[in-house]
Design a protein around this ligand. Structure first.
Ligand code: UT7
Length: 323
């Protein structure tokens, strides 16, 4: 009998502090109208001093554990999608494990930029399918505003902070039907943060750490790739577009989300949209949208969910799930 991973509970955490488009108008040469028209974003949550990727993640994880009706001792693996770890090491997963108090179980980070949530979900699903692990805490958490260049209007208006968590459980019933992950390192120069330990920090503010993106080119690739991704996912499961109840996309740009929904012949009321409130929270975004859909009662048990993401690397991925 096939072993599936089933979503037992979800949770999320957003920092209390909100930055609106009007707040950004005071910092860079931009306008609320431009940001809303080009991206759909109205506001984003921004961490305060003392808040980190792991503090947000721990909060989200606790809510997911509560929703699943389990405690940290019931978890046997932690996988965290993040590109903004608290530290180089220990990994964010280890920091989270320490606070949750489930010492001894494996815990590691996955860096796939904005596709981090799907990559982490895919890795966790493989562990459960193999039969070695029964209950996995899958987290997507980011504090991207810590590496945003607040002088660059082409990027600083896009990103926000947040964390999401999913408790995945082994089950004989579906479950995650399939996951699909891909990458193209050849496109790394279109979206990146080009400082690191090995290449060395720069003698600039924040060590030269900042996000750089050729937005227009990323946009075109994202729309094209996500269209192909949707086809690949449905084909692998012998399913039609009409069988998908909910699209739960990475929340980078409302225009990308709308284009993907159109390719699925889906109305926007079958799409969970949070980009207006959260901005692009990278690895946290798909999980944040999933949690919102579940907690608002829109997503119901038995619904077919298509999760997808595209991001720096390039990386991209999808998951088809019977909730
Ligand atoms: O999550 C990872 C994946 N990331 C994405 O999927 C993001 C993909 N890219 C995008 O979402 C869009 O390309 C952006 C929202 C980043 C940019 O939108 P766009 O429609 O592609 O704009 P553009 O880059 O072609 O820029 C159009 C104009 C430019 O001015 P000129 O050259 O036409 O005079 C920009 O300088 O808009 C200008 N511009 C701005 N104006 C006001 C760029 N940023 C801003 C801004 N406020 N914040």
């Amino acid at each position: 009998m096939r072993i599936y991973s089933k979503i037992a509970g979800t949770g999320s955490c957003l920092p209390e502090q909100i930055m609106t488009n009007m707040d950004l108008e005071k910092i860079v040469d931009t306008s609320d109208q431009w940001i809303q028209e080009r991206t759909g974003i109205k506001q984003r949550h921004v961490v305060r001093e003392g808040e980190t990727t792991s503090t947000l993640a721990i909060n989200a994880a606790q809510k997911a554990l509560d929703a699943a009706g389990v405690t940290a001792e019931d978890i046997d693996l932690i996988v965290v999608g993040t590109t903004t770890p608290d530290l180089i090491f220990p990994s964010t997963a280890c920091l989270i494990q320490n606070v949750l108090g489930c010492s001894g179980i494996a815990a590691f980070d996955v860096n796939a930029a904005c596709s981090g949530s799907i990559y982490a979900l895919s890795v966790a699903d493989k562990f459960i399918q193999s039969g070695t692990h029964k209950r996995v805490l899958v987290i997507g958490a980011e504090t991207l505003t810590r590496m945003v260049d607040w002088n660059d209007r082409t990027t600083c208006v896009l990103f926000g902070d947040g964390a999401s968590a999913i408790v995945l459980e082994s089950s004989n019933e579906p479950g995650i039907l399939s996951t699909h992950i891909h990458a193209s390192g050849a496109h790394g120069d279109l979206l990146n943060a080009t400082v690191g330990v090995s290449t060395g920090l720069k003698n600039e503010p924040n060590g030269g750490l900042k996000i750089r993106m050729k937005g227009n080119e990323v946009f075109k690739m994202a729309v094209l790739t996500l269209g192909r991704m949707v086809k690949e996912t449905l084909k692998a499961n012998g399913m039609n577009k009409s069988e998908v109840d909910w699209l739960i996309p990475h929340q980078a740009n409302l225009r990308i989300i709308t284009a993907t929904a159109k390719k699925l012949n889906m109305d926007m009321d079958q799409v969970i949209v949070t980009v207006d409130k959260h901005g692009n929270t990278s690895a946290a975004s798909v999980g944040l949208a999933l949690d919102e859909g579940i907690r608002t009662g829109q997503i119901k048990r038995g619904d077919i969910l298509l999760l997808e993401a595209f991001g720096g690397g390039f990386t991209w991925g999808s998951a088809l799930i019977k909730y």
